[in-house]
Ligand binder design. Structure first.
Ligand code: MRU
Length: 352
């Protein structure tokens, strides 16, 4: 599992007052780490998807607000709180859909709130410990999701995944890719199909790269090929990650996930969503409450091409995510266990 052990997508260099991230926009061609020291740099890295994947965004933001507090010249709690809150609001505006961003920032906020009246040095130490805890817990959570998912799979299965819910999208292991890595270690011999994931190609650039590095049998597909491989009987299960799960099980994930779920349902292929409980948002009653990020037209029309592949000035619609209706989801696999329909009941139980 060398890619899982060797690649760290987000970490803190406390001595340098810096967040170190793997620049995911340069993969697979270049493995380059960026040193981010300002709030603007961290915001930009999240917005540009240099750090991406719901859990990784949350970890980056947690370290980001810690750095804001550390760099604050405040001499007492109230002033530190004001500086922190400004940074929290700023980083929260980077991307709207992945709830882990808000979950991690809220958790950091509660940590500082609980320090009221304490010397600023102690407040900063508490924030550092909380940010580290968020990172470390994510690693454990992903491993547990991997074990829970692996228990539903059998050696030799064909698996289809969309976007990148791998080790670089998390602290370690990933969510949807965690069972594949654990299975690889245990000789399961999975055959994995990775959707390229238009328009930003997280599947082609990141998932195909990660799995190939790990020695997994991986085949790249264009997004519109999911039907033929399922009809051919090559896919035994779909495994995807998520950015936000509503209380009724509706799930926002990378654009195209909903299409995949509908095709899977047509061919009777189980469709599993791998979700840390930090991605479950009980405040959203259904998928209708989830804000979908809209990104620039250029990501579709020009970004990947030497010459534009669409007429200049063409309008484009570029939602980064879609919502998979709960009826197409076989199960939601969390670190606390596997939730089956009816999801309202199961998720409420697990989120108690
Ligand atoms: O726009 P991205 O690349 O951040 O979208 C990421 C996804 O859709 C992932 O599937 C999701 O965040 C889960 S990552 C474990």
């Amino acid at each position: 599992m060398s890619v899982v052990d060797d690649v760290v997508s987000v970490r803190l260099d406390d001595e340098k007052n810096a967040l170190i991230i793997l620049d995911q926009t340069l993969l697979p061609g270049e493995t380059k780490y960026l040193t981010l020291t300002t709030q603007q740099q961290i915001w930009d890295a999240i917005y540009r998807l240099q750090v991406r994947g719901a859990p990784a965004i949350g970890i980056a933001a947690a370290y980001g607000v810690y750095l804001a507090a550390k760099q604050s010249s405040a001499t007492e709690w109230a002033a530190l709180h004001a500086d922190f809150t400004e940074a929290r609001k700023f980083l929260a505006s980077a991307r709207p859909t992945a709830v882990n961003l808000f979950w991690a920032l809220d958790r950091m906020q509660r940590c500082l709130d609980a320090c009221e009246g304490q010397p600023v040095s102690r407040c900063k130490a508490a924030l550092l410990a909380e940010a580290h805890a968020i990172r470390e817990e994510d690693e454990q959570v992903c491993k547990a999701i991997g074990e829970n998912a692996l228990a539903l799979l059998r050696p030799g299965m064909g698996l289809l995944t969309h976007c990148n819910a791998g080790t670089i999208a998390t602290a370690k292991y990933g969510t949807a890719l965690a069972p594949i890595y654990l299975g690889q270690d245990r000789g399961y011999g999975f055959r994995v199909f990775a959707d390229e994931t238009r328009p930003l190609l997280q599947g082609a650039r990141l998932t195909a790269w990660e799995l190939q590095q790990a020695g997994v049998d991986v085949t790249l597909l264009c997004d519109d090929m999911c039907s033929i491989v399922m009809k051919n009987g090559w896919v035994d299960a779909c495994l995807v990650g998520c950015d936000r799960v509503a209380a009724n099980g509706d799930t926002a994930n990378k654009i195209g996930t909903s299409t995949l779920s509908i095709v899977a349902s047509r061919y009777g292929v189980p469709f599993y969503v791998c979700a840390p409980t930090s991605t479950i948002d009980m405040n959203c009653t259904s998928g209708k409450d989830i804000q979908i990020e809209l990104r620039q037209d250029s990501e579709i029309s020009t970004l990947w091409y030497k010459t534009p592949q669409a007429p200049a000035g063409i309008k484009a619609y570029n939602p980064a995510f879609d919502v998979t209706d709960n009826e197409f989801i076989t199960a939601i696999i969390t670190e606390k266990g596997v939730v089956y329909p009816p999801f309202e009941q199961g998720l409420a139980e697990i989120m108690k």
